[in-house]
Design a protein around this ligand. Structure first.
Ligand code: MN
Length: 211
């Protein structure tokens, strides 16, 4: 996946219908080909108008967001955030997903939340608590694992937190199949979480914090 200007919308790592019956093919088409594409187009045109951003990676733009010129902060937060968050979300799911995490992520979840089942309850409650549009995340910061939510296209990177897992709870992520029932969508999403990917992200984040 290219991480610098000009950004392109790479293909999903699975077929559009591969997450059926949990996430429907039409939603995946619209979500990836239209919603994410729009963020990519807007990000590219913002960078064209502000060439100082040309040599910055997506992560760098978001990590350095508070130090960017004031008039760039909101467009970067929305557009770079929209690309980062969607790529993270799509690549965090798999048709062979579901089940539960493995060690060492499972250990860390058990220590922090008591059990995987308790983690699931807390994560679902957080995802339900997002008012309007946004995301729920499992992140790692210097104090350990944490469940957080972000509004709109804000990302945890802005606050120095390293993401392990996220769910998009914008209505466009589920409305065609689940209508207004966000809870049903969250329950279905648990069946397609790529825990191997999340485990790798967690191990990378731990190494980042140790060094
Ligand atoms: Mn979305």
């Amino acid at each position: 996946m290219n991480n610098m200007y000009p950004f392109v919308n790479g293909p999903l790592p699975y077929e559009y219908g591969a997450l059926e019956p949990f996430i429907d093919e039409k939603t995946m088409h619209l979500h990836h080909d239209r919603h994410l594409q729009t963020y990519i187009d807007n990000l590219n045109s913002m960078i064209e108008k502000n060439p100082g951003l040309k040599n910055m990676s997506l992560e760098m733009m978001l990590c350095r967001f508070p130090r960017l010129p004031r008039d760039l902060q909101i467009p970067v937060r929305n557009n770079a955030g929209g690309v980062y968050n969607h790529r993270f979300f799509f690549s965090g799911m798999s048709p062979s997903g579901g089940g539960s995490p493995e060690c060492p992520l499972l250990d860390a979840i058990n220590r922090k939340f008591g059990s995987y089942e308790k983690f699931k309850e807390r994560f679902k409650a957080s995802a339900l608590s997002v008012f309007g549009s946004g995301y729920a995340w499992l992140v790692l910061d210097r104090w350990g694992l944490k469940i957080i939510t972000t509004p709109n296209q804000d990302t945890p990177l802005i606050k120095g937190q390293i993401p392990v897992l996220n769910i998009d709870v914008w209505e466009h992520a589920y409305y065609l199949k689940h209508y207004n029932l966000r809870a049903a969508y969250i329950d279905d999403w648990f069946n397609v979480i790529d825990w191997e990917k999340a485990g790798n992200r967690f191990s990378d984040a731990v190494r980042y914090h140790v060094h």
